[in-house]
Design a protein around this ligand. Structure first.
Ligand code: ATR
Length: 281
């Protein structure tokens, strides 16, 4: 299928945006699926978000992704949102309908679960408790995804206790709050360990947490992808845990966006993941 250039602009808004890997993902699929489209990386400062949405027609976009720091504020400018966006309280994707109305969605949760399931068999983790470190925006999407999937016990530990309490109030008793200084003692029967904090990201200190109490069968997930191998991922691999970094999640959240924009379900190939890893080096 060839899609006319006139109606085939997609892109991303964020601030800053220069280091985003999204253009590479979409350009790869443009070529693979012979889609004649243009990708716009739009650096929109927080105080320009309103005027961006006021002038949105000028970009002739079919849809676009939304990244930090606009995921919550962009909610104010869409006409409709899907259930995941409602529950998570943030959007990462907008589709522009033929009548110019804007539909907001959040595909971070789906991207997370699809990347996990495509890498590991579900029966490794599906009945066991999960420990989630961090209670920020990324954590909210992960909690939604785990609950939707049917996980029955999620242990949530965050440096700031109050934020865990807000999430427990929101998501209910499936969340068990673990005080920050007790997190190391809550690992012995977990099937998944998920770091949603920014600790370990390039330029930041590693996550300061001993994982020696975690079963070796557990999968250790770090939502960070820059660097690909955080200190946490390295320590987990060394002790024999299976691991997953944030790169597949980044790619998998773009799949439903393509379905919404182009009606095409693109493949997540090793070639694409390798290309992104190389770009990060
Ligand atoms: P995001 O949207 O990427 O999740 P965020 O909402 O700012 O970003 O959340 C960042 C998360 O990293 C929070 O859970 C934060 O903990 P606090 O709620 O206590 O701030 C966590 N975080 C950031 N720096 C941290 C540090 N030095 N040690 C432990 N947790 C940290």
């Amino acid at each position: 299928m060839k899609i006319s250039k006139k109606i085939s602009k997609i892109g991303i808004i964020g601030y800053p945006i220069a280091h985003s890997l999204s253009p590479l993902i979409h350009q790869y699929w443009f070529e693979k699926y012979n889609v004649d489209a243009e990708y716009l990386s739009l650096e929109i400062a927080p105080d320009s978000l309103k005027s961006f949405f006021e002038d949105i027609d000028q970009y002739n976009l079919r849809g676009f992704n939304i990244t930090i720091p606009h995921k919550v504020n962009a909610l104010n400018y869409v006409d409709e949102i899907d259930q995941s966006a409602k529950t998570i309280g943030a959007i990462n994707c907008i589709t522009i309908n033929n009548n110019k109305s804007l539909l907001g969605a959040n595909y971070d949760a789906k991207g997370f679960m699809d990347s996990l399931i495509s890498n590991y068999s579900e029966n490794i983790f599906n009945k066991k408790p999960v420990i989630v470190i961090g209670a920020g925006g990324a954590s909210r999407a992960i909690l939604y995804s785990l609950i939707n999937y049917g996980i029955k016990e999620i242990r949530l530990s965050n440096r700031t206790y109050e934020k865990s309490k807000i999430l427990k109030k929101y998501f209910g008793n499936v969340i068990k709050i673990i005080p920050w200084d007790e997190k190391e003692n809550s690992l012995n029967d977990c099937g998944l360990f998920i770091n949603t904090t920014s600790q370990g990201m390039i330029g930041k200190d590693p996550l300061d947490m001993d994982i020696s109490g975690l079963p070796r069968e557990a999968i250790v997930i770090d939502l960070i992808y820059n660097p690909i191998d955080t200190d946490l991922i390295k320590r987990a691999s060394l002790r024999g845990n299976k691991t997953l970094n944030g790169l597949p999640m980044l790619v998998y959240q773009a799949v439903p966006a393509w379905e919404a924009w182009f009606g095409i379900k693109p493949d997540v190939t090793k070639e694409l993941l390798d290309l992104l890893e190389k770009a990060l080096q």
